[in-house]
Design a binder for this molecule. Sequence first.
Ligand code: CA
Length: 185
Amino acid sequence: MTAQAQTVLVVEDESSIASFVALYLKNAGYSVRTAATGNEALAQAQSERPDLIVLDLMLPDVDGIEVCRRIRKDSDVPILMLTARDEDVDKIIGLEVGADDYMTKPFNPRELVARVRAILRRATTEREKGESAVLVHGDLTVDAGRREARVGEEEIQLAPKEFDLLWELLDHRGLVLTRDQLLER
Ligand code: CA
């Protein structure tokens, strides 16, 4: 396993399914953590910052939909939902709880690994796009992709270190907007 192995959190109370899924993911090169309850999943999502979460819908305490909703409040970690019933799919999709994909049980573990891989690839591409993000504060606009800072229409000349500092300062104000979001507004 490489040092950069991506971490997948598997949330499933049925230990046979959890260990089976974990085994396949480990064999595919992922670092795997498991949680058997919704509360444990929420705690691990916070503390471990996994790269992806495989989340079963039916859990003994907080159900998967609620777990997904709570995680979405402060994280855009990709989530693959597992469900035992077809009718739940409507809920997952219809309520737009923020899951990235879902699979209906019983599923082929190879298919699950393929989905995990696809979702992570997509997430990485989006993160790379996000690196050309734009920060705005009042009249000040900072474009990380072009490394440009401007006040209104006027460009400010900054040394690379100054630029990085400015970016960090704005970034920590929680004012990150992608170019698309800016255009939208
Ligand atoms: Ca379950």
